[in-house]
Write a protein that binds this ligand. Structure first.
Ligand code: THU
Length: 136
């Protein structure tokens, strides 16, 4: 069966899988790759980067997000995460993404590019705590 996937999604799937190839994972051996699209169309990749002091590890999704924000992007519409078993973003990544893009579309794929889930971040983080909760 062939599944028709739009070309923007297909491009991000390829970015995410390629990024997983750069994962620095001596401890978990669990590669994660991310492809994040900013509203202006710029695409950012990310991978997990582990550390001998385990909690210092950064996830693939947050790597991509921090790269993008540090280059001036603050609005995003699409994230693809690639892992061997199509794992979904962890709670910390959900929260950090929610700050900038509560309506983000989040797609998880395996390393063959098969889509497992295609949801909104608001479904992954119900009643999320965002910037509008704090007085300016
Ligand atoms: N990891 C991610 O990169 N993203 C997630 O959302 C979940 C977990 C990484 C962190 C660590 O390098 C490895 O996967 C195992 O937890």
């Amino acid at each position: 069966m062939t599944v028709n996937v739009d070309s923007a999604v297909q491009q991000l799937i390829e970015v995410a899988i390629a990024a997983a190839g750069n994962a620095y994972i001596p401890y978990s051996n669990y590669p994660v790759g991310a492809g994040l699209r900013a509203l202006d169309g710029t695409i950012y990749s990310g991978c997990n980067v582990e550390n001998a002091s385990y909690p210092v590890t950064i996830c693939g999704e947050r790597t991509a997000l921090v790269k993008a924000v540090s280059e001036g992007r603050r609005q995003f519409d699409l994230l693809v995460v690639a892992t061997r078993n199509a794992g979904s973003p962890c709670g910390m990544c959900r929260q950090m993404l929610y700050e900038f893009a509560p309506n983000l579309r989040v797609i998880t794929v395996d390393m063959d590019g098969n889509i497992h889930t295609d949801v909104l971040l608001t479904d992954l983080l119900l009643d999320g705590f965002g910037p509008d909760r704090l007085p300016r």
